[in-house]
Design a protein around this ligand. Structure first.
Ligand code: KIV
Ligand code: NA
Length: 256
C-alpha cells in the first residue's frame, strides 16, 4: 500500500500534486506526474450530468475505480466515499472495506469536520488510511460560495482541521476557502493540506483533470485550463470523417 509521507512533504515544502481520474487511460497518463490520484465523486457531475454529487452510488465509484486502478502504477490512489455511504461508523467501515477490497485503492476520502471524526478513527483503527475534506462540501452544500469570510465559520473550519488531524487523517482537501484561512490551517496542522480553490498556501493542489485539459467546460474561479483537448478530439474526428467520405480511409494498409 502506497503512503504519503506527510512529514516529508510538510518539512521539505515540496508540493503535493493531485489530480482526478475516472478511467484507466487518463489515469495512466497522469500517473507519472501525480503523488495522488483521486477517483472523485465529481464524476457524477462531470460524466453523468448529475446536478450534485449526492446521486453518485458506491457501485459507480467502485466500477470507475477498478478502471483507474489499471492505469495507476506509481501514485497513491484515493477513492471518494460517496454521499450516504458513511452515515455512521459501522456503515462507513463496511463500505470502505468494500471499496478497498474491490478496487485495491490505497485510501478513501470523506467530507466533513467534527461529524466524521469518529468515522475516521474507526477506519484508521481498521488500517484504512483516510483523507479529509473541508470548506465547500459538495455532498451536503446548499451553494458553492467560498468559505471563511465569516469569523465564526473560520473558527469552525480551523477547529475541524485540528480534529481531523487528531482523528488520524493523512491529509485534508481544502475546497474553496479564503486564502488567509488556508494559510493559517496549513501552518497550524502537521498533515498536508491540498487546495482546490484553496490558494497557493496549501501544501498541495488538486484539480479535476477534465477541467484542466478543457474537456469539461465549467467556469469556476479555481479552474485553470491548460489545454483544449475538446478541440483536438474535434479536429481528429473531423479528419477521420473527411477521409471516410473521400474514401481515403481505410487504405490497403488498414485492410485485410
Ligand atoms: O470529487 C472530487 O473530484 C473532489 C476533488 C475536487 C477534491 O473531491
Ligand atoms: Na469529491
Amino acid at each position: 500500500m502506497k503512503k504519503i509521507s506527510k512529514i516529508k512533504y510538510k518539512k521539505n515544502k515540496s508540493k503535493i500534486i493531485c489530480l482526478t481520474a475516472y478511467s484507466k487511460n487518463i489515469a495512466s497518463i497522469i500517473d507519472k506526474h501525480c503523488d495522488i490520484i483521486l477517483v472523485g465523486d465529481s464524476l457524477g457531475s462531470v460524466l453523468y450530468n448529475f446536478s450534485s454529487t449526492k446521486k453518485v452510488t458506491l457501485d459507480m465509484m467502485i466500477e470507475h475505480s477498478k478502471s483507474v486502478r489499471m492505469g495507476v502504477k506509481k501514485a497513491m490512489m484515493v477513492v471518494d466515499m460517496p454521499h450516504n455511504t458513511y452515515r455512521n461508523s459501522k456503515e462507513a467501515l463496511r463500505n470502505a472495506k468494500k471499496i478497498i477490497s474491490k478496487t485495491k485503492c490505497d485510501a478513501v476520502k470523506v467530507e466533513g469536520g467534527k461529524k466524521v471524526c469518529q468515522i475516521i478513527k474507526t477506519l484508521i483503527r481498521n488500517k484504512i488510511p483516510v483523507m479529509g475534506h473541508l470548506g465547500v462540501l459538495p455532498q451536503s452544500a446548499k451553494n458553492f460560495k467560498f468559505k471563511g469570510k465569516d469569523l465564526n465559520e473560520r473558527k469552525i473550519i480551523l477547529k475541524d482541521s485540528k480534529l481531523l488531524t487528531e482523528a488520524g487523517a493523512f491529509s485534508i482537501v481544502l475546497e474553496c476557502i479564503e486564502s488567509s484561512l488556508a494559510k493559517e490551517i496549513t501552518k497550524t496542522i502537521n498533515i498536508p493540506t491540498i487546495g482546490i480553490g484553496g490558494s497557493v498556501y496549501c501544501d498541495g493542489q488538486v484539480l479535476v483533470t477534465d477541467d484542466l485539459i478543457g474537456l469539461n467546460k465549467i467556469n469556476a474561479r479555481f479552474v485553470k485550463r491548460y489545454s483544449n483537448i475538446e478541440k483536438q478530439i474535434n479536429d481528429a474526428v473531423l479528419k477521420f470523417k473527411k477521409d471516410v467520405i473521400k474514401s481515403k480511409f481505410p487504405t490497403k494498409k488498414h485492410s485485410y
